[in-house]
Design a protein around this ligand. Structure first.
Ligand SMILES: [Zn+2]
Length: 438
């Protein structure tokens, strides 16, 4: 800790204080909510002279908003956003208590250390430094610290976009989580900038059938029908669909490793995945649409055939493939299955080019000159989906220079979530570079 700059040390301390506030989001409203964390965020901003706005979609579902004027009033605003909620943690599974913000082995440990109280610490420390040291970003910065990202943003980003769109007026770009971190490919550090997100569609499947005695012949058994649908969907091999983002990434990895691949041949891509190390789990899920059965129910007694059965499917769709994917699911489910929607959100993909992308790349290479920056697609979703409804292009840009063997992809929602404090030092410098120049 002693070698950290004052801004980095503050970023770590803010992240630590936020981890100590349990903001578990169970997705059913039963959690503590985000108010306490939002109040800390607002207090940290107010303390240095800002005037943030606190809004609540529902009791304790709290978001903090602040617009910081830039030096160039003609430049479009940039949204820098994060979320205070976290997924729950089962303390018994952890090496350290998940809500204490333990500093150990050069790492900050705790639920939210990477998703995403680390970035909140970095954002807030840089914003506080801006005010105290009296430097201005070029563009207006809209700082948004949302509630409810982990349950899809209905009480956070989507609600703010519906109810307070004026705060984002004139904004064209946004940066936030799950991108900008480094992986090591063939000895070179590669920063993965997130430029795309899969769409998500959570579905409920209902099978109907003829109820009756378990001893009789029954060719209209709802349990057989739902089990068949689930098995076919779960086992389906979705065809490869490499979008421009994924192709650019694979081409970059091919260049760095000397490997070649055939975009039509999954087997040829596997060695490139291996070269990406632990983070290949993120990338592998973006080669094609995917659908996982996640729930299965039906019946109430061993000798009674029930009249219905049900299941849930979590489908993550390559952007633009939504209609074709639904047709595939319907075909796999077969007759006698009704499909209804639990949740849907759009996919996103923006080009890996342009002035703002160049500025993000330059902000990283200024601190790590030999680094390569490549785009990637996130198989999950972020609050960028909500902001895209206002025409704002969102990127995953939480710059972190990580040690080679850290399984960073496994930290998201994982046990023993932790972030190297040195990575956060790198992050505050890269973030400041970006805000000064972009
Ligand atoms: Zn997150």
């Amino acid at each position: 800790m002693s070698e950290l700059s004052a801004v980095a040390a503050e970023a770590v301390e803010i992240a630590r204080r936020l981890i100590r506030i349990d903001t578990s989001n169970f997705g059913d409203g039963s959690g503590p909510g985000e108010r306490e964390a939002a109040e800390l965020v607002a207090e940290l901003l107010t303390e240095v002279g800002y005037d943030p706005t606190i809004v609540e979609s529902e009791d304790r579902r709290t978001t903090v908003l602040l617009r910081i004027p830039g030096s160039d009033p003609s430049a479009p605003a940039l949204v820098v956003h994060g979320h205070t909620d976290v997924v729950p943690a089962n303390a018994a599974d952890w090496t350290v208590p998940p809500f204490e913000g333990v500093l150990q082995d050069g790492m900050l440990w705790g639920r939210g250390a990477v998703d995403m109280k680390d970035m909140l610490g970095m954002m807030l420390a840089v914003a506080r430094d801006m005010k105290r040291s009296n430097w201005q970003p070029r563009r207006d910065i809209v700082l948004a610290v949302f509630a409810d990202e982990e349950a899809g943003g209905r009480f956070g980003s989507h609600w703010v976009v519906d109810n307070h769109p004026e705060i984002f007026e004139g904004a064209t770009d946004a940066i936030s989580e799950v991108g900008g971190y480094s992986v090591t490919v063939n000895g070179r550090r590669v920063y993965l900038l997130q430029t795309a997100e899969k769409a998500l569609r959570w579905m409920r499947l209902d099978a109907e059938g003829t109820a009756g005695h378990g001893s009789l012949v029954n060719h209209d058994n709802a349990i057989t029908r739902i089990a068949g649908a689930v098995a076919r969907i779960g086992a389906y091999d979705w065809p490869l669909h490499l979008t421009p983002t994924v192709k650019t990434l694979l081409d970059g990895v091919a260049d760095l490793t000397g490997l070649s691949y055939d975009p039509e041949d999954r087997a040829s891509i596997i060695p490139l995945m291996r070269a990406l190390g632990p983070s290949s789990a993120f990338v592998e899920a973006t080669l094609a649409t995917g659908a996982n059965p996640t729930m299965l129910g039906g019946g109430y007694k061993a000798n009674v055939i029930p009249g219905g059965g049900n299941a849930a499917i979590d489908m993550r769709v390559i952007p633009g493939d939504e209609e074709a994917a639904m047709a595939t699911i319907k075909g796999l489910a077969g007759p006698g299955i009704e499909i209804s929607e639990i949740n849907y959100d759009i996919g996103l993909e923006v080009p890996f080019e342009g002035d703002f992308v160049d500025a993000m790349v330059a902000s990283i290479t200024a601190e790590d000159p030999d680094a390569v920056v490549l785009p990637y697609m996130l198989s999950a979703g972020t609050d960028n989906k909500a902001l895209s409804r206002l025409g704002i292009r969102g990127y995953g840009f939480t710059p972190l220079r990580l040690p080679e063997h850290l399984d960073f992809a496994g930290m998201f929602h994982g046990v023993d979530e932790r972030v190297p404090v040195g990575a956060m030092e790198f992050g505050v410098r890269a973030l400041e570079n970006l805000l000064r120049t972009a």
